[in-house]
Write a new protein. Structure first.
Length: 403
């Protein structure tokens, strides 16, 4: 399976290279804004949609020839992609870029080995050899690189390579892990392991609040305001780096020890809209963690499976398959007892076990008031019928036990 994988490294350009990088960022930004503006004007006047190319602008403005030509060509490709995403209703209309944006970047392609590694340094078009911290080995053929400048004036390079990954078609079902998202913890596994989020987030949040107050006290345009802004940006980047470090290590740990991981196909956008949950969902990084698991699984030859969005993993008894619908909208219940088999459950661990069983086929079935069918549609225990009125009053009272 041919796939592309990106490697991100820290780079340390010289003063001359920084000047050329800033010129390239400016030319790429100017090219994007000019092409976007001209296309909007042409569309409003009823003319053809795509009339401009980077070559036309380079003939008109000589200073565009100072920078890498492929960086300007990628602007046109990226703008077309943005338009396609907008017309497909996958994103908003492309916006104009500003030099005060928190991140500046450009992309260039590898043509005739123009991008390569020499003597432990990265060779880039127009820039030459650049000091790079290679903390990992790059595998496969280099296709393109993206140079990025952060708000704290740090430079990074993302190298995109093409390589062949081996994918496991029939993973060992004994090493399948069910994983349930938890607001009280971070994730809970079918093995009973509960991973709590790092406790540094709220401490750094207080620090950010103080720095924000200092920033708004400064006079706009003053050097003191610029210094306060840089301190605030540095703390934001530190918090983001810590969160990514936690998620990277956690995702690597789970994929290293399991051939397949079964997750909930949860709608994170909808979860953010719930009361008191929006900030927590964003800060914990559920979406980023899921993305890391998915792309790392391809590299490791593992499998990440999303359970059906409407699979009632929380409501099912993992022992007998009874479905307790009273748990659906009652999030305060963290422990409950099955009224059929009298098995006591931890809400999150039970959900993770059900997710695992839905993949391995070991699920005892979905039992809804005597309508007992397994997850694959096979009818189970049809001779046993439990009347709703006989279950609700005596058994449901003890099924929900608050602890």
């Amino acid at each position: 399976m041919i796939r592309r994988k990106a490697y991100k490294f820290r780079i340390y350009p010289t003063e001359d290279q920084i000047v050329l990088l800033n010129k390239t960022f400016g030319c790429v930004r100017w090219m994007w804004n000019s092409m976007l503006s001209d296309n909007i004007e042409c569309y409003q006047s009823g003319g053809p949609f795509w009339i401009n190319t980077p070559a036309i602008y380079k003939d008109m403005f000589e200073w565009l020839k100072e920078v890498d030509s492929l960086s300007l060509c990628n602007v046109q490709l990226n703008l077309k992609k943005s338009y396609n995403n907008f017309f497909s209703k996958r994103s908003k209309f492309p916006r104009f870029k500003n030099k005060k944006d928190s991140k500046q970047s450009y992309t260039t392609n590898n043509v005739n080995n123009s991008i390569r590694i020499e003597n432990g340094k990265l060779k880039l078009p127009k820039l030459g050899l650049m000091e790079t911290i290679f903390h990992r080995r790059i595998e496969g053929d280099i296709k393109s690189v993206t140079i990025t400048k952060t708000a704290s004036n740090k430079y990074y390079v993302s190298i995109l390579s093409e390589q062949d990954f081996q994918h496991i078609t029939n993973p060992n079902k004994s090493t399948v892990l069910g994983m349930d998202y938890s607001m009280n913890h971070f994730v809970v596994t079918s093995e009973g392991e509960k991973t709590n989020p790092p406790n540094w987030y709220y401490d750094m949040e207080k620090k950010i609040s103080k720095l924000n107050k200092r920033l708004h006290r400064k006079v706009k345009g003053s050097n003191n305001r610029n210094k306060a802004k840089q301190k605030l940006v540095t703390v934001y980047e530190e918090m983001t780096s810590k969160k990514k470090d936690f998620l990277h290590k956690l995702s690597y740990k789970f994929l290293k020890n399991n051939d397949a991981i079964v997750l909930e196909d949860i709608d994170l956008t909808r979860e953010k809209e719930k009361e008191h949950w929006g900030k927590k969902v964003s800060s914990l990084g559920f979406g980023m963690f899921r993305t890391m698991l998915e792309y790392k699984a391809i590299s490791f030859g593992k499998e990440v499976v999303k359970a059906d969005k409407y699979f009632p993993s929380t409501q099912l008894c993992s022992h007998c398959g009874f479905q307790n619908k009273l748990l659906k909208n009652n999030l305060k219940v963290r422990h409950w007892k099955c009224p059929i088999c009298l098995k006591e459950h931890d809400r999150d661990i039970n959900a993770a076990i059900n997710l695992k069983q839905s993949y391995t086929g070991a699920s005892p079935g979905i039992h809804v008031w005597g309508n007992r069918t397994s997850t694959n549609g096979t009818v189970l225990l049809t001779s046993l019928v439990v009347e709703p009125e006989k279950v609700v009053s005596p058994l449901m009272a003890q099924a929900l036990s608050f602890r």
